[in-house]
Design a binder for this molecule. Structure first.
Ligand SMILES: Cc1cc2nc3c(=O)[nH]c(=O)nc-3n(C[C@H](O)[C@H](O)[C@H](O)COP(=O)(O)OP(=O)(O)OC[C@H]3O[C@@H](n4cnc5c(N)ncnc54)[C@H](O)[C@@H]3O)c2cc1C
Length: 416
């Protein structure tokens, strides 16, 4: 049977679009060149450990995730709020006094910025929490995150020791040239929910979306070569037709097909190094560890097996360290260097960690010059639609919301 809609891309944008259409009875066929769903949200299994292709988290406050995911069924493990921070003066902790008032004193005493900085964090939190979420996209006024932090008076110490590694790990760039809107958005999402990992790895998220699609509505290992309104051609030459075609690919592929409409602005890269360890360097606490020392390669470290079940075989520990960019060294050299670096913080035991692999993601986050909610969307041509994180914000929310918005427009056109 000919579907009403062909969706190209089984990442979070394409899957959410298909899910939203099929929830209202519109038939879709989702095509993806890869052998599994997920796009940039994939998990590899190595010796029983689950290695996400780059460390990433689901923020439970993402509105699109709350609408389209069964968060309970994902059996999320949540990070505690705040972070442990290594500084030249020793370790400290930055907590969220709204969530954990008991940690207020510890946070105020941490060698991470002055008391005024901690009050500024509070002021930022209040500012981003007011009004509808959509308003965060209107407040940047062309500033970068770095400019916004400077304007708000954050001290260089607070920026270097906490904000740069924390936001750098989210934006995948430490200069903080990302538009200020992303700072507001991320801050609001962290204030309203938790950072979490699904039991068994991040790929469970796209898998859950795909599992809700009717049988026969997903074709993997099906690369689309060419598109035109109402028609597409697969790599093998097969032609598929539908009244609506949704391009839910990465930005580079979309730009090849729609050069007048899509202009890629570059990518942020990241590399994640994984080890099996006998015990957790964070002593079992599901917390983010940040390198606020001002030197060293590691930006942040997490122990996924302390956060969610299924990341490591029973009784074992999975450690992951993130380096921004794509280091020149081979995997073995990079891993060994990081083990030496981490020994300075966690003791010589890090040198006994067993390497499990490195995941280099050269095209992790697209540079989005003017991020937005992803809710405004119009057809690129009659029956031809565009979604994906590059059309909204480089995030799970951006991808899902953009897919949902396209589905909404198609439903309106179909009069459903
Ligand atoms: C390492 C890393 C860390 C991240 N951290 C976070 C985080 O902590 N929190 C957060 O919210 N977001 C994070 N993100 C961002 C988030 O994962 C992405 O924004 C989101 O997954 C993008 O989804 P998408 O559907 O727009 O694109 P993609 O996931 O890229 O999906 C596009 C799909 O199109 C398919 N495709 C491409 N070309 C073709 C073709 N010719 N024919 C058929 N199929 C094709 C691809 O195979 C792919 O499956 C991170 C991303 C990475 C990689």
């Amino acid at each position: 049977m000919t579907p009403e809609v062909l969706v190209i891309g089984a990442g979070l944008a394409g899957l959410t679009c298909a899910r939203a259409l099929q929830a209202r009875g519109v038939s879709c066929l989702v095509l993806d060149s890869a052998e599994a769903v997920g796009g940039r949200v994939r998990t590899d299994v190595v010796d029983g450990y689950r290695l996400d292709r780059g460390f990433q988290v689901l923020l439970t406050a993402y509105p699109a995730a709350r609408r389209w995911l069964d968060l309970g069924a994902l059996r999320l493990g949540e990070f505690v709020s705040g972070a442990r921070v290594a500084t030249p003066e020793g370790p400290g902790r930055v907590g969220d006094p709204w969530r954990e008032p008991g940690k207020l004193l510890e946070t105020l005493r941490a060698p991470v910025g002055a008391v005024g900085d901690k009050l500024r964090v509070g002021a930022l939190r209040v500012a981003v929490s007011c009004g509808r979420l959509e308003t965060v996209w209107e407040r940047g006024e062309g500033r970068t995150a770095a400019q916004e932090l400077a304007e708000r008076g954050f001290s260089p110490l607070m920026v270097e020791r906490f904000l740069r590694p924390w936001l750098g790990g989210i934006f995948l760039e430490r200069e903080l040239t990302t538009p200020a809107e992303m700072l507001f958005f991320v801050y609001r999402m962290f204030s309203e929910g938790r950072a979490a990992l699904p039991a068994g790895g991040m790929q469970r998220i796209p898998e859950q979306l795909a599992s809700k699609l009717p049988a026969g509505s997903l074709r993997l290992e099906s690369k689309v070569e060419e598109i035109s309104p109402g028609e597409l051609r697969l790599a093998g030459g097969e032609i598929l037709r539908a009244r609506h075609i949704v391009v839910a690919t990465d930005v580079d592929t979309a730009a090849r097909w729609l050069p007048d409409r899509v202009r890629p602005a570059g990518w942020r890269s990241v590399s994640c190094v994984y080890w099996a360890a006998a015990e957790s360097p964070l002593r079992g606490e599901p917390v983010l560890w940040l390198n606020g020392c001002g030197h060293g390669r590691v930006n942040h470290l997490v122990v996924p097996s302390d956060v969610a079940s299924g990341y490591a075989p029973a009784g074992q520990t999975l450690v992951s360290a993130t380096v921004l960019g794509d280091p020149a060294e081979d995997d073995a050299t990079l891993g060994a260097q990081l083990q030496d670096e981490l020994a300075l913080h966690f003791g010589p035991g890090t040198r006994h960690w067993r390497p499990l692999g490195v995941r280099r993601v050269r095209r992790a986050l697209p540079v989005v010059a003017r991020p937005g909610s992803g809710q405004e969307c119009e057809a690129v041509a009659p029956g031809l639609w565009l979604c994906g994180d590059h059309t909204a914000s480089a995030s799970i929310q951006g991808a899902m919301a953009s897919g949902e918005a396209v589905a909404g427009s198609i439903l309106r056109e179909l009069g459903v």
